[in-house]
Design a protein. Structure first.
Length: 243
């Protein structure tokens, strides 16, 4: 599949970049540039979904919140994909919440426009279906990882995924926030982070994590990172991850 060049809107979103030029330029008229500040809620549970999002930079978390108030991250979306797959799958609401985890920017499109474009059956439809399959793998692997693997490997996996999507080596994160995302105790995150810092893999200062040695971080990570990475590469045919 040939990709567009000389686009009317600059984008680093992998799905938009994989579109043929003519199809992308038609869609560009419906893409609204948006900032995605830290903590912004893109979707509230069980409320109508009015827009879908194609991030260029930053990270959005798919969050499950339970009756006792506890929350855990079920999945993560960045410039490798889009937010709002339920829209073209026939849903208008979701029981999950979408929150900007790492600040960035991107484009949003009205849900009705995406539905109409999907029904055209062109390249966008194929890319969105492939992305949905990759996202399902990510969600399933994340659930299994949170149940089966020790906190050291899970933290390393999560930081790698954050770096890929934020396209930065310095991440604005607290131990408390990471603990919520991983569904674990803050003390466990602090202990695992201290281990990585002692081995010069990361440097942590209040509210900020600097990733110093990606190769070492990959070595610490459980196998779930590579499994999900390979699925995105295989299904989308685009390299949405750092090398």
């Amino acid at each position: 599949m040939s990709t567009h060049t000389g686009s009317t809107l600059p984008t680093s979103n992998r799905i938009l970049n994989a579109l043929p030029r003519e199809e992308y330029e038609r869609l560009a008229a419906y893409l609204e540039p948006v900032e995605m500040p830290l903590g912004e809620v893109l979707y509230h549970p069980n409320e109508p979904i009015s827009h879908v999002y194609f991030p260029n930079r930053g990270t959005v978390s798919i969050i499950c919140t339970f009756e006792d108030g506890k929350s855990v991250e079920a999945g993560m979306v960045g410039n490798e994909g889009m937010f709002g797959v339920g829209v073209f799958l026939g849903s208008i609401t979701s029981p999950l919440e979408a929150v900007v985890q790492l600040p960035g920017e991107g484009y949003r499109m009205h849900a009705d426009v995406l539905r109409a474009e999907f029904k055209r059956g062109e390249h966008l439809q194929d890319l969105l279906l492939r992305y949905t399959q990759a996202l399902i793998i990510q969600l399933a692997q994340t659930a299994a990882c949170n149940r089966a693997h020790p906190i050291d490997g899970r933290l390393a996996r999560w930081l790698l995924m954050c770096q890929d999507r934020a396209q930065a080596s310095e991440l604005q994160l607290t131990h408390e926030f990471i603990a919520i995302m991983l569904g674990t105790r803050r003390a466990g995150v602090s202990e695992a982070a201290a281990k990585l810092q002692d081995d010069s893999v990361i440097r942590y200062r209040r509210g900020h994590v600097n990733l110093l040695d990606r190769r070492k971080l990959e070595a610490y990570s459980c196998e779930c990172y590579e499994i999900v990475k390979k699925e995105f590469d295989r299904l989308l045919g685009t390299n949405g991850y750092a090398s």
